[in-house]
Design a protein around this ligand. Structure first.
Ligand SMILES: [Zn+2]
Length: 106
């Protein structure tokens, strides 16, 4: 599995670490560094949490790319609804990725 993800033409390296803290010493699930092009993910949490966190950081990356305001609450809300939509429709998204489009209706 690759540890690289391209966001807006920039290749970010996804790095897994044991612990992540804010400057105020609060624990974090993950973070994105727009200058170093790194997404750090704390690997001590369950895989689902890590995946949701990667999606959260990707949304930050997309927002940075388009110059959108970075409101943490709206990023979090958007992440949660998008993550559940993807997870609840795995077959649909798998087919979309594999075939580029959905099957035509018969
Ligand atoms: Zn965030």
């Amino acid at each position: 599995m690759t540890n690289n993800i391209k966001i807006g033409g920039l290749i970010y390296n996804v790095n897994y670490c044991e612990e992540l803290f804010t400057e105020q010493n609060f624990k974090m699930f993950g973070e994105i560094d727009y200058e170093k092009l790194v997404i750090n993910i704390c690997q001590k949490y369950p895989r689902q949490r890590q995946s949701q966190t990667i999606l959260h950081e990707i949304i930050h990356g997309v927002n940075d790319h388009i110059g959108a305001d970075q409101n943490e609450n709206s990023v979090e809300l958007f992440t949660n609804v998008l993550y559940s939509t993807i997870i609840d429709n795995k077959e649909f998204f798998k087919e979309m990725i594999d075939n580029g489009s959905r099957k035509p209706n018969k």
